[in-house]
Design a protein around this ligand. Structure first.
Ligand code: GTP
Ligand code: MG
Length: 138
């Protein structure tokens, strides 16, 4: 059993898609074992996305992620990291497969509704960035 970290991004929260997105996770064997709604500060968003700090879209990404509330979650399941990436679909919704969250809900490559960890090391780091161990209730 594996754990991954997920964010339901501001564009999706604003459009009242929290429930629909969590349903996709549960239908695909990804169980939320921790969740909270937060409004990220600019500094938090900068820190979370520090790996992208030299990319041209960094400023816009930080701006969008701290503009309004998000839902952060830890998802648990078999191959949770890869499974979540499948359920999310490609970064750019124009390239996302049918039936994926980004195909069905994302507005653009920037406002693409969800974030998901891409590897075991980043999953562990990202979970620690937002949750204490005693908040994980698998
Ligand atoms: P995450 O799960 O969010 O990490 O998505 P990803 O792994 O599919 O994408 P990546 O880590 O490469 O980029 C992180 C985030 O930056 C993406 O989810 C997008 O929101 C944003 N992003 C990536 N490329 C672009 C781009 O070309 N333009 C804009 N505006 N945003 C981008
Ligand atoms: Mg990524």
């Amino acid at each position: 059993i594996e754990r991954t970290f997920s964010i339901i991004k501001p564009d999706a929260v604003r459009r009242n898609l929290i429930g629909k997105i969590i349903a996709r996770f549960e239908e695909n064997g990804l169980r939320p074992i921790a969740m909270k709604k937060i409004h990220m500060s600019r500094q938090q968003a900068e820190g979370f996305y520090a790996v992208h700090k030299d990319r041209p879209f960094y400023g816009e990404l930080v701006e969008q992620m701290s503009a309004s509330p998000v839902v952060v979650q830890v998802l648990e399941g078999e191959n949770a990291i890869l499974k979540n990436r499948e359920v999310m679909g490609a970064t750019n919704p124009e390239n996302a497969a049918e039936g994926t969250i980004r195909k069905d809900f994302a507005l653009s490559v920037g406002e693409n509704s969800v974030h998901g960890s891409d590897a075991p090391e980043t999953a562990a780091e990202e979970i620690k960035f937002f949750f204490n161990d005693d908040e994980l209730v698998g």
